[in-house]
Design a protein around this ligand. Structure first.
Ligand code: NAD
Length: 504
């Protein structure tokens, strides 16, 4: 039980200011490093949804026709503020997510790339012009904003994923309602303040807190034109189905099971460093985390040994510990879920080489925090839960296969298709791998191939519903509608009635 009155209640951000709600329901926001509830987040009511969308519609009238150059000025100012006030964002992420400060700084930096890209919006929104497509007839195209966009984001990147969406959406002239994760909602309010300080007009960006009920209400709202979603596959499928049935433009990015394939000729030390960094950074709570290492041929024993050797030294502790490399899981349910996978692995044929439950935590770690050390499980095969499910925790499974083709077959048979990496010194095999794997982002000797902001992010198969990838050029396409205009300035003397379908 928590003493409700003693806990701060987070505000929504509506009409350009912090708005204290009068919620029918509130949810706890934990400090994952201590296990204590540190604040409460309101669940928006239907009235809150109506009011927020109405404010977005009203402010969108002017914002949509604000010159792109002026919108870019706001983005430039926002960019400077993001850099200057980065410590506030990092503090919010560390406090509620639990990731260590350097990792939080990394997510701010990767998010900033999207603002950099959006600063170029005057050039990016250029249309095309084709003179004289017929006698006296010209054609040109323009891109117009879609209207009110709703963004729904996951807990694991409370700054970066909102920036994937909002930078392009706002720069393209849309208004944006963010429904951040209820588990670490404070960073979104810092983003809202920075946007307001950058000169964004009130109502153009709002933050509405809540859970799946809020998401459903936002999707169903008739004035919402487009929905950007990032989260688990089950929720992505639900959002995609609902939003498309309601006639909205929707992109829904889901979960992942990313494989790192190590070929026999690879530099084992490099591959082990890559696997450990990508499997256990942020306690494995990244959609591009490596959760399966595929050892091909006789590299397996050396690889498992090299990975195992690196794990006992990892310092697992709170973000306040300057030497901590890995923080806690997000909540108790996540800790229980991940622990269950580790406990059940051997019954399904796996061999637990390093058990995270036995890991010596840093002395700074509160025993009530949601900490779990890194786990390595060898001899895993498809059909075992640790292979089939997205665990989203610090667990790395090793699958041993004989040949290159077996490794590619494994990646391609998986229901997810976010990212895959190959470690090799052989350019031919690297090239074959990147051509043959069925996933959206591929790394060659790079374990977490998250594309830079001038490209776009998105997986295949159950990692993305809809065809639209996120940010970069794909973001521009998603947040604009193209209009093609055919123009003639006729000589009245030459005008005749002609019922034939026009040709050149
Ligand atoms: P989640 O699906 O539980 O929640 C994501 C968001 O959706 C939250 O805002 C939540 O309130 C809302 N939500 C939850 N259930 C819903 C439902 N049934 N209907 C409508 N809305 C719902 O995800 P999470 O635990 O916050 O984040 C982790 C998941 O997100 C992992 O599966 C991870 O792989 C995925 N993820 C994917 C990407 C990507 O780019 N593909 C990026 C980051 C995270």
């Amino acid at each position: 039980m928590t003493d409700e009155s003693a806990l701060p209640l987070l505000p929504h951000w509506i009409d350009g200011r912090s708005t204290m709600p009068d919620p029918e329901r509130r949810l706890p926001v934990f400090d994952p490093a201590t296990g204590k509830v540190q604040a409460e987040v309101p669940v928006a009511t239907g009235r809150d949804v109506d009011r927020t969308v109405a404010s977005a519609v009203a402010s969108g009238v002017d914002w949509a026709v604000t010159p792109p150059g002026r919108r870019a000025e706001v983005m430039f100012a926002f960019r400077e503020l993001l850099r200057a006030r980065q410590p506030e964002l990092i503090a919010a992420v560390c406090r509620e997510h639990g990731k260590v400060p350097d990792d939080a700084a990394g997510e701010v930096a990767r998010g900033l790339e999207n603002v950099d890209f959006a600063c170029g919006v005057p050039a990016l929104l250029k249309g095309s012009f084709s003179p004289q497509v017929s006698s006296g007839v010209d054609v040109h195209s323009v891109r117009e904003p879609v209207g009110v966009v709703v963004g729904i984001t996951p807990f694991n990147f409370p700054v970066m994923v909102p920036l994937w969406m909002l930078a392009n959406a706002l720069a393209c002239g849309n208004t944006f309602v963010l429904k951040p994760s209820e588990r670490d909602p404070s960073a979104s309010l810092v983003l809202a303040e920075l946007l307001a300080d950058a000169g964004l007009p009130p109502g153009v960006f709002s933050v509405l807190h809540g859970d799946r009920t809020t998401v459903d209400a936002l999707i169903a709202h008739p004035d919402v034109a487009a929905v950007s979603f990032v989260g688990s596959t089950a929720a992505a499928e639900h959002v995609y189905a609902r939003a498309s049935a309601a006639g909205k433009r929707v992109q829904a990015l889901g979960g992942a099971k990313n494989h790192l394939v190590v070929l026999p000729d690879a530099d084992v030390g490099l591959a082990a460093d890559g696997a450990v960094s990508a499997a256990f950074g942020s306690a494995g709570q990244r959609c591009m985390a490596v959760s399966v290492a595929v050892a091909v041929g006789d590299v397996a024993d050396d690889l498992v040994e090299a990975i195992a050797k690196r794990l006992p030294g990892l310092r697992v502790g709170p973000a306040s510990d300057p030497d901590a490399e890995m923080g806690p899981l997000i909540d108790e349910a996540a800790l229980r879920r991940v622990t269950r996978y580790v406990a059940g692995a051997e019954k399904e044929g796996g061999r637990v080489v390093v058990d995270g439950r036995d890991h010596a935590l840093a002395p700074t770690a509160d025993p009530n925090g949601f900490f779990l050390g890194p786990t390595l499980i060898d001899d895993v095969a498809p059909g075992a839960a640790v292979y089939d499910d997205e665990i989203f925790g610090p667990v790395l499974a090793v699958v041993r296969v004989e040949h290159f083709d077996d490794a590619v077959g494994l990646v391609n048979a998986n229901r997810y298709g976010n990212g895959a990496a190959v470690y090799t010194r052989d350019g031919g095999n690297a090239r074959r791998f990147q051509r043959e794997v069925t996933c959206g982002m591929v790394g060659v000797n790079v374990p977490i191939p998250v594309p830079v902001g001038s490209y776009s992010f998105g997986g295949w198969k159950s990692s993305l519903f809809g065809s639209a990838r996120m940010y970069g050029p794909a973001g521009l396409d998603f947040y604009t509608r193209e209009k093609v205009i055919t123009t003639r300035w006729p000589d009245p003397v030459a005008s005749v009635v002609d019922l034939v379908f026009p040709t050149r």
